[in-house]
Design a protein around this ligand. Structure first.
Ligand code: ADP
Length: 542
């Protein structure tokens, strides 16, 4: 017997309609790519998203077609997302920090018909457009006054493009499992793979993100997503913030400490989110100017491990709670957030920050387990670590164009490629990427733990740990350091500093100083390149 409740498909445009109807005057503030601060609200964003949908339909874009965006976080990018999905087409967020060759590959793999592009990236596309034969039109996200001279074919100014329709347009109707968004993983292994979100997965993921054990968003919040919309759905914030009806503050192209700080204080931001690199910049700015963080009470930090010193600085100096989070493109992307369950609510001092080093617990909608290499589930004791596997309604089932390749185990779990522990309270701690873990004499050493320790040394700006060949132990850890300006002549001082803080056999065998540690397009340490650069390195004595 079936239930007798309404069939109300979970479609993306319901989110922006809800925001427009019930929180219509709530502001959406952006630092425009042209420069000035721009103010609009959810009612206007929803109305203009309808124009985007109407215009795309008039241009012949059909359900299932891909429309790419190469854009910063602004109100126009937000309108584009909802407009594209409102006709059943698919927004494809392209990370502009990728190499041009990778962008060519991804756009062609996705078969994007239209690219919506910020002024910043017009020169980049001009150089590669000949290699993008499938793209029929380039819509430049600006107004007539700022429209550049460009060689891009069929280049149109966004404001004129949507200005040509009246917005009298009904959202299309379709199944909630229809594709809505496409985002490629950065491809640290093999070629990039497309993760194809559905309307249903995006809406469910946004609802999950809003819950209080996760981001806990309310209409009284003022949310600044520093994490880009081209980085895994901006960690849900393009969907969950309008769903909650909170004021949205979008940083545009300026992500330096001073610019981010100006928005935080000027707009009364209560909640933000970004990768550690961004917060290094903000904290340095605060230290240099003596400024504070105004009304901000929480920030999500993820994408890579949040250093303890960062969590402490936010809490102790600025009274901001860091919400350490873990996830990945394949998970829409939120998997866990470190918020306090009653079992740990009373922790203070070091014990509190020990907990905050964990990536958090999973919400309803994310099942997690750890297994050994044979797939046997391991204990949730907070000590043994194993391959981390997940399942849920917003976790990938297949990759785009790889529909015949199975990526789940017999119980429907997806192998994240991460290695971690789960403690008896359900808190996950990532110990490493499976491919970065250092295998010493059959035992595993976590490169992340060593990196976290090394960056706590006052003279270290950035640190990475990789495994290097060792005749007896197979691999031993090598510490690679970028020192703070003028500091640290002897890198082994950092190893001395780590003594006594971890098991003796985990201590790196050697340390080297480099000018720069390479990063991927999503801001993570690029260990593949680093290992290549240090391929000739031999440990002392061998
Ligand atoms: P990529 O395409 O580079 O994998 P993702 O954004 O999907 O980009 O990255 C997901 C990966 O980032 C995770 O599998 C994990 O290895 C790492 N990661 C994310 N958040 C954290 C965190 N809080 N601590 C440690 N690693 C993290």
């Amino acid at each position: 017997m079936l239930g007798l409740m309404q069939d109300w498909p979970l479609l993306m445009h319901r989110i922006i309609d809800h925001a427009a109807l019930y929180h219509g005057r709530r502001e959406v503030v952006s630092r425009s790519v042209e420069g000035p601060i721009h103010r609009t609200n959810y009612a206007q964003v929803a109305a203009r998203a309808r124009k985007v949908a109407q215009r795309l339909a008039r241009d012949g874009v059909k359900q299932g077609d891909r429309v790419a965006t190469l854009a910063w976080n602004t109100w126009r990018h937000l309108e584009a997302w909802y407009g594209i999905t409102g006709i059943g087409a698919v927004y494809h967020t392209v990370n502009p920090r990728l190499f041009p060759d990778q962008i060519v590959w991804i756009v062609n793999d996705a078969e994007d018909r239209v690219i919506m592009v910020d002024l910043t990236f017009v020169p980049l596309l001009e150089q590669i457009q000949d290699r993008l034969p499938g793209v029929e039109r380039f819509v430049i996200l600006t107004d007539a006054a700022h429209m550049p001279q460009t060689t891009l074919r069929n280049a149109t100014c966004y404001e004129e493009w949507i200005g040509a329709v009246d917005g009298d347009f009904a959202w299309a109707a379709f199944d909630e499992n229809t594709a809505a968004g496409l985002c490629y993983t950065s491809g640290t292994t093999g070629s990039p793979k497309g993760v194809l979100y559905s309307h249903r997965s995006n809406v469910l993921h946004a609802m999950i993100a809003c819950t209080s054990g996760m981001l806990g968003l309310a209409s009284s919040d003022v949310v600044l997503p520093v994490v880009p919309m081209f980085h895994a759905n901006a960690w849900s914030l393009g969907h969950s913030v309008p769903m909650a009806g909170a004021k949205l503050v979008l940083p545009g192209a300026k992500l330096d400490g001073a610019s981010v700080h100006e928005l935080i204080v000027g707009e009364g931001v209560t909640f933000s989110a970004g990768v550690p690199t961004v917060w290094f910049g903000l904290l340095a700015h605060l230290e240099a100017t003596g400024a504070d963080l105004g009304h901000m009470t929480r920030t999500v930090i993820g994408g890579s491990a949040c250093p303890r010193a960062m969590s402490k600085a936010f809490k102790e100096r600025y009274d901001v709670q860091v919400m350490h989070a873990w996830g990945m493109t394949e998970m829409s992307p939120l998997g866990t957030v470190c918020t306090l369950k009653p079992e740990v609510a009373g922790l203070e001092g070091d014990a509190y920050f020990d907990l905050m080093m964990k990536q958090g617990h999973s919400p309803f909608g994310v099942d997690m387990k750890i297994t050994d290499d044979d797939g046997t589930e391991l204990a949730r004791d907070g000590k043994v670590f194993g391959r981390l596997k997940v399942r849920g309604p917003a976790v990938a089932r297949r990759y785009f164009r790889h529909e015949n390749e199975e990526i789940l185990d017999a119980d429907g779990y997806f192998d994240t490629g991460d290695v971690g522990t789960i403690d008896p309270n359900g808190y996950l701690q990532i110990t490493d990427r499976a491919k970065d873990v250092i295998k010493s004499g059959g035992e595993w050493i976590s490169s992340i733990d060593l990196e976290n320790l090394a960056v706590a040394h006052p003279d270290v700006a950035e640190a990475a740990v990789i495994g290097v060949a060792h005749p007896k132990w197979d691999e031993r850890p090598l510490l690679v350091i970028v020192p703070k300006k003028g500091a640290l002549s002897d890198p082994s001082a950092v190893i001395d500093f780590m003594q006594g803080k971890i098991a003796k056999w985990w201590l790196p065998d050697a340390a080297v100083i480099v000018d720069e540690i390479p990063h991927t397009a999503t801001g993570k340490i690029d260990k593949v390149t680093l290992r290549k650069r240090l391929a000739d390195y031999r440990l002392p004595g061998f």
